[in-house]
Write a protein that binds this ligand. Structure first.
Ligand SMILES: [Mn+2]
Length: 284
């Protein structure tokens, strides 16, 4: 069973064993800003308090962090040397198992994490039948066996303008239906397997990978670090931008995720509408 833990940007997967899933902590984000003369108070303690509250409330058996623990991509800032280990030491006082699925910001993350924190493959893990990966790269082909995939990375938000000219921006959950066959096709191509004329896609796939894909939905999580704001996924210009297309990662670019038919939910669980409708209302 999978449920968003409204109003928090967190998910619970409960299969007898219970996991709490969060994504995109971006610890040390403030430090990279202060280098450029912009000063934002450290968010680490605030994020820690928010997480501790959830851990006390839900008592999960494990915590899964879906990537982007820290903010800088290659190097490590002094603040990250300080904040990341302390953050995880404190978390380990409340939950016995912590796993990190590395994201694109998590180069050298192992050296910052206490030994008890497990760093998984960046190509994703499966828990309770749910496929979990950060989203900047293709997951392992095994992940396609899950009906539901969950990613972070995108920091999804929607923005719309009311008639008085106010712009409203909200972080959101996105639940998009997937085109299983399209994902299978791209996966075969990635493994340099060519379909011969008349060859059945599903049959070839199953023979090559010895597994049966069941993907139906992809959920994009809002970032746990809410000071980061987000990317307005309902603005038509955003969707067309080269930078955005680069950023969203190969899975979303593959055509295997039907973004226009995606359901959008606010953090409190309100269903806002489908993405194609919200794109019309974005004011651009
Ligand atoms: Mn990322």
């Amino acid at each position: 069973m999978l449920r968003p833990l409204s109003p928090y940007p967190a998910l619970i997967i409960d299969e007898g064993e219970k996991a709490l899933v969060i994504s995109d902590l971006h610890l040390g984000w403030e430090a990279s800003l202060s280098e450029r003369g912009i000063h934002v108070p450290s968010q680490t303690n605030k994020l820690l308090r928010k997480l501790e509250k959830i851990l006390v409330l839900e008592e999960p058996d494990q915590l899964i962090v879906l990537g982007d623990v820290k903010h800088t991509i290659e190097k490590i800032e002094i603040e990250e040397w300080r904040d990341v280990p302390i953050f995880f030491e404190r978390v380990l006082e409340r939950v016995k198992r912590v796993r990190v699925v590395p994201g694109n910001h998590d180069g050298n993350i192992e050296v910052l994490l206490p030994n008890r924190v497990e760093v998984t493959s960046p190509y994703g893990i499966i828990f309770g039948g749910v496929g979990l990966f950060h989203g900047h790269t293709w997951p392992d082909v095994k992940i396609l066996e899950c009906e539901t995939l969950v990613i972070g990375h995108i920091h999804p938000a929607i923005t719309f303008r009311d008639p008085a000219g106010f712009t409203i921006t909200s972080q959101v959950w996105v639940k998009a239906p997937c085109d299983k066959l399209a994902l299978m096709k791209v996966m075969l191509k990635r493994h340099k397997i060519k379909l011969k004329a008349g060859e059945d896609l599903e049959k070839t796939f199953m023979e090559r990978f010895m597994l049966e894909p069941k993907v139906r939905n992809l959920i994009m999580m809002p970032p746990f670090n809410d000071v980061l704001g987000g990317r307005a996924i309902n603005r038509a210009p955003t969707l067309k931008e080269e930078v955005f297309r680069d950023f969203i990662g190969p899975v979303l670019r593959s055509g295997g995720v039907m973004l226009n038919k995606a359901e959008i939910y606010l953090l409190d669980g309100t269903f806002v509408g489908f993405l194609d409708k919200l794109t019309e209302l974005s004011g651009c």
